[in-house]
Design a protein around this ligand. Sequence first.
Ligand code: HGY
Ligand code: MN
Ligand code: MN
Length: 426
Amino acid sequence: MRPAKALPDLPTQAHPAGAEALRRCAELARFTSHPGALTRLYLTPEHRAAAGEVAEWMRQAGMTVAIDAAATVVGRYEGTTPDAPALLLGSHIDTVRDAGRYDGILGVVLAIQAVGALHARGERLPCAIEVLAFGDEEGVRFPVTLTGSRALAGTLDPAMLEAVDDDGITLRAALERFGCDPTELPSLARDPRRVLGYLELHIEQGPVLEAEGLPVGIVTGIAGASRVAAEVVGVAAHAGAMPMAARHDAVTAMAEMVLAVERVALATPGLVATVGRVEATPGAVNVIASGARFTIDLRSADDAIRARALERLRRELAGIATRRAVGLRLRETYDEPACTCAPRLVGALTDSVTRLGQRPFLLPSGAGHDGLAMAPLCPVGMLFLRCEGGISHSPEERVTAADAEAAGQVLLDFLCHFDPRGATAR
Ligand code: HGY
Ligand code: MN
Ligand code: MN
């Protein structure tokens, strides 16, 4: 007698939706300017390719899709009544240089999958849902950032269109090459009466959830940030012939300034400061540097702490420049106030996390997010996912399928319980 046909191998894959989300992030990681690493900057060909893939995923999830004048991919899933006000979901699909594959992208993918689950069930909500895939959250290519989310909030400064990248290309020209019309940017500003809120899922990018042994956390607020471009002007001279006492060395002056940034941050509770980029000109082994440039990134949940630290740094760096007889120019390229997440969204996320059997845990975000730019427009909420070792902005960024699945379930539960009445209550 022939043995009963063995059961087909049932998908032994636990957490299928979570695994699918990670698979999509891996797929999107193919769109990079540096094969073997992930670098996808705003308005580049790789951004365009990733936007196309995300648009196709949105269509498959039952959304109508457009790419707006700031190159944000906007997917819309209508509610039970057409043209209803929308709850906005999403995150960003641009990356830092040599990035991890989950920062930003995972939040877009989980939002698309949540809408896809509703679409598969033929379910409509009492509001519309829009999924936004922003293209400029990192602000790496141009000395501006949050372009897409600021456009929706109606807070874009037209002057930023003249910002130039390392190749001297203006943001205006890059938008036009991407196929966007910069003159349409002002028309992107949303009517606050038609926006119920903005909810972003994002990896924590820190070690807290891992230390707590939790897959997800509810964000209470997003730290404010300042970015400064510093330029030191020295005097080029021969490395061998110029006596030490007679030098105006831009690099050693920069080095003392960089340590001053660290010293001020170490002395200021609630503040973190980073010098992430340094350059020397002419950059030759046997030339005393005539110029040096570096960036300063300051963060704090308290805007007053950040402002005082910036003033103290201006004074201290100027003092170093005077003592070393070099020139110094400091240009603030970014100043985004801290934002508090809407208590109503924090409460609704807490309910969803609880319903799904997880311990609700509240934590602040030291990292910046598009929510900072969306806060003037509408209530903002964020759900964090644990990431291994808290590592991010690195190819070592890791998320488990189980955690991605848990976050996706919280989002779906949140959507199914979301009550648009009174949603805009802050
Ligand atoms: O800089 C930040 O906090 C974000 O990753 N752009
Ligand atoms: Mn991010
Ligand atoms: Mn980032």
